[in-house]
Ligand binder design. Structure first.
Ligand SMILES: NC(=O)c1ccc[n+]([C@@H]2O[C@H](COP(=O)([O-])OP(=O)(O)OC[C@H]3O[C@@H](n4cnc5c(N)ncnc54)[C@H](O)[C@@H]3O)[C@@H](O)[C@H]2O)c1
Length: 433
């Protein structure tokens, strides 16, 4: 099939490449010329494991190209919308200006029977509004909403082998079109839920709201553990054995971040308020507040570890991305912790395998090094905030030999506590005595 993908960021670049890899002919469109140039040259403009390989192999087939020129979508019959829906500058609602602009830009090139497929995460009601706009344009094109559940770090695999497909359709004919697009996954037995626009939109935000709530639940328990001497890891193991609860997403730590969970739960509360149902998801404000408190908790622990006087002390911050295996620093708890410590006068040195360039763009006032040793050398305190395997696997005796620190703050409860203690460290975890 001939597909276009509008917006080639973390979602769209992977989607375009994976769809070409699966046999479709794909044009990816983005307004950012540098991104398009890199993608067209087979270079991913961001770090995502597996993307270089799929860009190269799909590129070699001649089925994948990228452009800034929206007119290049004219041959395609299915058009994916993968532009950003960030938090508005002036509140919690999602900013839909990129989605609206993408639809308006597409309209002149649409033909009778074309299908626009929304993948961006949008507030419930958006698809209905856009479908009306497309209908009034008289092009004869239709709209479906097909939310995306990929995880950064596993985006290629999640796109090629999704755990479920959700089609929000306004016309039954579009199920067949989408089944054609996802023929490989459908053939492999991937569960497929066909529903209306509102349900499809809500599935996505409900899933993210649930995951955020699960993380903040365990972090709330960590707050109680901290004042009672209980151990959150043992607690999570014990409750996680209950199959109804499950152990995944129950790791207490510095909390969630990234380009999705924080802005999605905020947009959900804003939309629910608009709908007169603010109380139904008011708990998400608490989920958000618990999450943000964990960042402050790490900073407080760091200040305590420095004897209450962070000014001029060297703090090695291990990790800056919102999670390992990504270069994404959007709403990263790690970056937030580094900035707060810097604001308290600490001499913060941040290291990360992939996130430094993005972090530097946002916070040039911090010192960055890609060399872990350099960050650790003569540090007065070591704080692990993103659990990259290279930090989890550090030799505590070696770190002790090159730093001045005696305290390790494990903001992800990811380190081998006993090994660090045995090497002479004071180990400080989250929600652990
Ligand atoms: N990143 C994820 O893991 C993920 C997962 C599921 C859903 N989503 C959702 O997907 C959407 C995109 O997220 P992302 O992380 O890829 O964002 P992103 O910021 O990385 O990418 C968005 C891209 O759209 C481009 N763009 C903006 N306006 C455009 C226009 N008019 N025409 C063409 N291109 C345009 C931007 O230049 C940018 O490259 C969001 O709604 C997000 O919530 C993201």
């Amino acid at each position: 099939m001939k597909l276009s993908v509008i917006g080639c960021g973390y979602l769209g670049a992977v989607h375009a490449s994976a769809m070409a890899e699966l046999g479709h002919e794909v044009v990816g469109i983005d307004v950012d010329p540098s991104k398009v140039e890199a993608l067209q040259a087979g270079r991913p403009p961001f770090y995502e494991p597996g993307l270089p390989e799929v860009l190269t192999s799909a590129g070699a087939t001649g089925r994948l190209r990228f452009s800034t020129d929206i007119a290049e979508v004219a041959d395609a019959t299915v058009h994916f919308i993968a532009v950003g829906t960030p938090q508005s500058a002036d509140g919690y609602a999602a900013d839909l200006k990129y989605v609206d602009a993408a639809i308006e830009a597409l309209l002149p090139y649409l033909k009778e029977g074309d299908l626009i497929v929304g993948k961006s995460t949008v507030p419930v009601g958006t698809a209905r509004r856009l479908a009306d706009r497309i209908a009034e344009s008289g092009t004869g094109a239709r709209l479906a909403w097909n939310p995306e559940f990929l995880r950064e770090g596993y985006a290629v695999k999640d796109t090629i082998e999704p755990d479920r497909l959700v089609y929000g359709v306004g016309d039954e004919r579009d199920v067949e079109v989408l089944d054609g697009v996802y023929a490989t996954a459908i053939g492999a037995g991937t569960p497929r839920i066909v529903t209306d626009y509102a349900t499809a939109e809500l599935v996505k935000v409900a899933a993210n709201a649930f995951l955020a709530t699960k993380i903040s639940f365990i972090n709330a328990m960590a707050e109680i553990a901290e004042v009672t001497g209980a151990d959150i890891t043992s607690l999570a193991d014990a409750i996680g054995h209950d199959a109804r609860i499950g152990r995944r997403f129950l790791n207490a730590g510095v909390g969630f971040g990234g380009g999705c969970l924080p802005k999605d739960i905020r947009a959900f509360t804003a939309r629910a308020e608009e709908l007169g149902r603010g109380e139904s998801v008011a708990f998400l404000k608490e989920v958000d507040a618990i999450n943000l408190r964990r960042r402050v908790r790490v900073v407080d622990l760091a200040v305590d570890a420095l004897g209450g006087a962070p000014y001029g002390k060297k703090v090695a911050v291990l990790g800056v991305t919102f999670k390992p295996h990504s270069d994404d620093v959007r709403d990263s708890p790690a970056l937030d912790v580094a900035v707060q410590l810097k604001g308290l006068g600490a001499d913060v040195v941040v290291t990360d395998p992939e996130g430094i360039d993005n972090a530097r763009l946002r916070h040039p006032q911090l010192l960055y090094t890609s060399a872990t040793e350099e960050a650790l050398r003569h540090a007065d305190l070591v704080v692990l905030v993103t659990e990259w395997p290279e930090y989890v696997g550090l030799d505590p005796a070696h770190v002790k030999s090159i730093s001045r620190a005696s305290v390790i703050i494990d903001g992800r409860n990811a380190l081998d506590t006993e090994a660090w203690k045995a090497a002479g460290w004071s180990y400080v975890g989250m929600g652990r005595s």
